[in-house]
Design a binder for this molecule. Structure first.
Ligand SMILES: Cc1ncc(COP(=O)(O)O)c(C=O)c1O
Length: 439
């Protein structure tokens, strides 16, 4: 770190103790624009985290800022129990992105709340339509949030340590993830028959209390290590779920709104979830989330079954949501995510030919993971090395996330407005740091 940055940190570090213990670290960021942020001393950083995944349209996009300002002067919170035209129109716009196949929206404030609501409505529907059990399938290595139910669904044990029953919602069963680089079933992707998908039927016999009612999963696993399933995974899963009348919820909190090169992550495959949850990017930096379900499924909710004070009534968040969708369309951000994502992945793969500690480079659009290993033969997670690269990048002006159950996956999820020049800057710096560490 420069001495300037050190000064900035020392001014506020005595305040760190006023927050519950957390994983936050320096720099102390005070300003952002596009894919860049600055600390209080004016040091500039490229942001490969974006929130994570929140500011897909870039930090402080002028159109988002303008929409927030305009709405703030008009109406901040609509009185609960009255329709808001702005909210109704945003629901219609989100439904249109899913061709109205999914149609009924509930607005919440965060990803964990969105998932909680999606499970609630799905369970009610399953019970109302005759299911004699409440088994909920989810995936190992998944991440669904930090509130009780969402944490129970999450397939990252370290996140649950010390919380006992708070993180153990009844009926939750974790299935093997389609993590081909570290196949949990010890199989080779070329000949495995996508066993991680077909094991669902076995799990129904051995692990589920009564009957399975729901499966919730990220179409591409994010926090668990940017895990992209093989091409036939989702179609196979869907066929099994349909055979057994099991509701499919796709958690698109991270993958939604263009990040992967399509509006929603599941649209890369022939799969039609019954419910999609969303948050992060839709608010452009203002808390907003929710779920969208089929008309049939949603019709089980009766008035009073579900509500939150903010969500649909938070007019600033809703206005930001409209502006986010405008910017995504007008700037063709899914396409941009694909182009810049391919450029970055090509660069990381080139680096892989030089450095044996880069085990895998994977992703779709601007949702990229670079998995670091001690050597490619052993595939042993290189957690310390990953931390070192993260720190070196930060010290040289690039903020990058570290993720996955083994803490060895560099997470590259920048704002989708990242330029080619900025992507080249990232690659040059990364390669330089790898060369230094390889010596
Ligand atoms: C896929 C997914 N679902 C849910 C969440 C939780 O969202 P929130 O932190 O807004 O509750 C996250 C957060 O990273 C996420 O990546």
């Amino acid at each position: 770190m420069t001495s300037q940055a050190t000064r900035n940190i020392s001014e506020v570090e005595e305040l760190f103790d006023y927050m519950v213990p957390n994983a936050n670290s320096t720099p102390v960021v005070v300003k952002g624009a596009g894919a860049e942020v600055w600390d209080a001393d004016g040091n500039r950083f490229l942001d490969l985290e974006a929130g994570p995944g929140v500011v897909s349209v870039g930090h402080c996009h002028p159109r988002i800022v303008e929409a927030i300002k305009t709405q703030a002067e008009q109406l901040l919170q609509s009185p609960g129990r009255f329709h808001s035209p702005l909210t109704l129109k945003l629901a219609r716009r989100i439904a249109a992105l899913l061709q109205d196949r999914l149609k009924r929206v509930f607005f919440a404030n965060s990803g964990a709340e969105a998932n909680d609501g999606a499970i609630k409505i799905s369970l009610k529907h399953a019970m109302a339509t005759g299911k004699r059990g409440f088994g909920i399938f989810t995936l190992e290595h998944s991440f669904h949030g930090r509130l009780s139910l969402a944490l129970s669904l999450t397939g990252m044990a370290a996140r649950k340590k010390g919380f006992g029953p708070y993180a153990s919602f009844p009926g939750v069963v974790h299935l093997s993830a389609p993590y081909c680089y570290r196949c949990p079933l010890g199989l080779e992707p070329s000949s495995c028959g996508t066993r991680c998908a077909t094991e669902i039927e076995e799990a129904m016999k051995t692990k589920v209390p009564g009957e399975a009612a729901i499966m919730i999963a990220e179409p591409i696993l994010g926090v668990g290590g940017i895990i992209v399933p093989p091409a036939d995974y989702w179609p196979k899963v869907q066929a099994i779920l349909r055979r057994h009348n099991i509701i499919l919820i796709h958690d698109e909190v991270f993958t939604g709104f263009g990040r992967t090169g399509k509006m929603f992550g599941h649209q890369h495959w022939d799969v039609q979830p019954d419910v999609v949850t969303f948050a992060k990017a839709i608010g452009g930096g203002i808390p907003l989330g929710g779920f969208i379900a089929t008309d049939k499924l949603a019709s089980t909710f009766e008035d009073g079954d579900h509500f939150t004070t903010f969500g649909a009534n938070n007019q600033v968040g809703i206005a930001a949501g409209h502006a986010v969708l405008d910017v995504i369309a007008d700037e063709n951000l899914p396409k941009r995510a694909e182009t810049i994502g391919n450029l970055l992945m090509e660069g990381f793969r080139k680096a892989m030919t030089r450095f044996d500690f880069i085990g895998d480079v994977r992703g779709l659009g601007l949702m990229i993971g670079v998995e670091l290993v001690e050597d490619r033969a052993s595939r042993k997670p290189a957690t310390a090395l990953a931390k070192r690269i993260q720190a070196e990048m930060r010290d040289r002006g690039v903020i990058i996330g570290l993720t996955g159950n083994y803490g060895c996956v560099l997470r590259i999820t920048p704002p989708l407005v990242m330029t080619e020049a900025q992507a080249e800057e990232v690659l040059a710096l990364f390669t330089d740091i790898c060369a230094k560490l390889a010596r």
